[in-house]
Design a protein around this ligand. Structure first.
Ligand code: CUA
Length: 336
């Protein structure tokens, strides 16, 4: 390959690479940090803005100086070596103080935001305990007596205090439009205080590598009007309605005589604590930590072989037939 061909190839590869990289960018995707929906996310975006503009100014100064030096001191035939300087007190003091100033400009607002989100909770705040587990999220509302998994419901406009507790390895709670990342560490309690302000569905993701299905450890946060939140709450606390019938009754029978009961809680039916609480499973929009929509097909496939959907999943394949798995899925879909 001659020089010209290889140059042209490089340029083309560069263009394709840039197009592919920029193609992944979106201002308002579900994981955007640029459209904040809580006071905390807004504070972080503010710090982010300061750092971005500081970086822009530094880049302009540095690349400007570099370009000027490259052009001004270009080697021309016959020019003598320019004066060589070793040690220049004023310059050295200057480039020690300038970065220190830059760090100060970044550090002051950053530290302010860190302390603000760690502040003691206000009296009317909603308490939620968040447990990071391999590879799903448990949400407990200790003052309301509700436990759920992977889908967190919050009322808009009310301060919420998330108490982050690790159950196995280190995870990190991150819902870009609401707040985080904050590590979820076994043996240590971290806290996150925020006020979600706009009803909507927000995506979250574990942001600390935690094993085989780290990438599959997502979550959804539903911020609701206070009335909608109360309705959700009432549904969570309601005692189960009539016992299931037909295929769902068959599914319940299979559930109660299988290993399911050892790991899962369904209030009034089983009391396992290793897996997600399934008491109101049918009311969730997704399964497997936000990985798939909650439908009979996906739940049946999950029950048949969880590891095929979520590598490393702690739930074993139970050896149920397709028909049995579908019956269990039908039973679970009815739990709302
Ligand atoms: Cu949990 Cu990564």
């Amino acid at each position: 390959m001659n020089r010209q061909t290889s140059d042209r190839l490089l340029v083309r590869l560069g263009v394709v690479g840039t197009a592919l990289t920029l193609g992944g960018c979106a201002w308002d995707g579900p994981m955007t940090t640029l459209v904040p929906r809580s006071d905390f996310a807004r504070d972080i975006l503010h710090v982010y803005g300061i750092i971005t503009w500081a970086s822009v100014v530094i880049a302009v100064v540095v690349f400007g100086a570099l370009a000027w030096v490259l052009l001004r001191f270009r080697e021309k035939p016959g020019t003598p070596l320019p004066a060589q300087i070793h040690g220049h007190t004023l310059l050295e003091i200057g480039w020690t103080i300038a970065p220190a100033l830059v760090l100060l400009v970044i550090a002051v607002p950053t530290i302010q935001v860190i302390f603000r989100t760690q502040a003691a909770p206000v009296a009317q705040a909603l308490d939620v305990t968040v447990l990071g587990r391999q590879w799903w999220w448990e949400f407990r509302y200790p003052s309301l007596g509700v436990v759920t998994a992977n889908e967190l419901h919050l009322p808009a406009g009310r301060p919420v205090v998330l108490t982050l507790e690790g159950a196995d390895v280190i995870h990190s709670f991150w819902v870009p439009q609401l707040g985080g990342k904050r590590d979820v560490i076994p043996g240590r309690v971290n806290r996150l205080t925020l006020i979600p302000d706009t009803p909507g569905e927000y995506w979250g993701q574990c942001a600390e590598f935690c094993g085989a299905s780290h990438a599959n450890m997502g979550m959804r946060v539903f911020v609701e009007t206070p009335e909608a939140f109360e309705r959700w709450l009432a549904a969570q606390r309601a005692t189960p309605a009539e016992p299931p019938s037909g295929l769902a009754a068959e599914g319940k029978a299979i559930y109660t005589r299988s290993a399911c009961v050892g790991c899962h809680t369904i209030r009034g039916v089983s009391a396992g604590v290793l897996g997600p609480d399934l008491t109101t499973f049918g009311g969730r929009t997704t399964i497997a930590s936000g990985l798939l929509p909650n439908t009979l097909d996906t739940v049946t496939a999950w029950i048949r072989d969880p590891g095929a959907i979520k590598p490393g999943a702690k739930m074993p394949a139970l050896g149920l037939t397709e028909a049995q798995a579908r019956a269990v899925a039908t039973y679970l879909a009815g739990l709302r």
